[in-house]
Design a protein around this ligand. Structure first.
Ligand SMILES: Nc1ncnc2c1ncn2[C@@H]1O[C@H](COP(=O)(O)OP(=O)(O)OP(=O)(O)O)[C@@H](O)[C@H]1O
Ligand SMILES: [Mg+2]
Length: 248
């Protein structure tokens, strides 16, 4: 059964981005997730993390940005890459120009990636927007230019967070397996089904992917008086470390 989309206008989506006004408990939850992530990446030379989820609209982009922001607040140099070249939103969330971006680099239109990275969007945080929507995002992500890009940014930045489309819809996120440290799954409480999580984990296993952890986002809206109150619950677990050889 198809789920009803509860996508909000971008102006409202911006209120979920961490800022000085964000509630203390939410900031703390992201900091806890950051701590767990730092430890889970301790042995990884290249700290490049893919953020994905099972299905559309579960909070990948919001959590990718908030994790990147939280990490950059430690003083580490962070890059966020919007690799969702199907439904890119990072440029809209951050009010950035998207005439050039990842697709321009992967498509060979721009040679020097440093020319398209938005520097200092926040302190210690750079953003590579998705660029114009290409006809072949999966091929671009699988190609050698993406490999070179990952090599380059992995050397230059302390942490790289990659926003991707949902795993049970398209393979894009899985195509990055083997080139990154691993995947963080965003699951939405009361929305993501166990069966979908199992399917995603199986797909990750089959492609030699490593699950770094989960962020549980409870986006259920509760009516309170005249407005809406949002419940936040972010959990990060470092319980999973899949490494399988088999791949057909
Ligand atoms: N904490 C939250 N509470 C309520 N709504 C939220 C929260 N975080 C994000 N949303 C809303 O949920 C919707 C989906 O968020 P987001 O774009 O981050 O998901 P996504 O998984 O990246 O979606 P897509 O699959 O389209 O890429 C957006 O309308 C966003 O504003
Ligand atoms: Mg998204």
């Amino acid at each position: 059964m198809a789920k009803k989309s509860d996508r909000l206008p971008i102006s409202q989506s911006r209120k979920f981005i961490l800022s000085d006004d964000t509630q203390f408990a939410i900031k703390e939850a992201y900091k806890a997730a950051r701590t767990n992530l730092v430890f889970s990446l301790a042995e990884d030379e290249r700290k490049i993390v893919v953020i994905t989820s099972c299905s559309p609209s579960e909070g990948k982009s919001t959590n990718c940005l908030n994790m990147a922001i939280t990490m950059s607040e430690t003083g580490a140099d962070v890059l966020l890459i919007d690799a969702d070249m199907r439904k890119p939103v990072q440029h809209s969330l951050l009010r950035l120009d998207n005439k050039t971006g990842l697709s321009s680099v992967l498509g060979g239109i721009v040679r020097d990636v440093s020319k398209v990275i938005n520097r200092g969007v926040r302190s210690h945080l750079d953003i590579l927007t998705a660029g114009p929507i290409p006809p072949n995002p999966a091929e671009l992500l699988q190609g050698s230019k993406m490999e070179q890009l990952i090599e380059l940014v992995g050397e230059h930045y302390d942490y790289v967070f990659i926003d991707t489309p949902p795993i049970n819809v398209v393979t894009d996120a899985l195509l990055l397996n083997g080139r990154t440290a691993g995947i963080i799954f965003v699951v939405k409480e009361g929305h993501t089904r166990h069966e979908e999580i199992r399917e995603s984990l199986e797909k990750t296993r089959m492609t030699n992917g490593r699950v770094l952890g989960f962020i549980k986002a409870n986006c259920a809206a509760k009516s309170s008086g005249g407005g809406y109150k949002y419940n936040y619950k972010y959990k990060y677990k470092y319980n999973y470390n899949y490494k399988y050889q088999e791949y057909k």
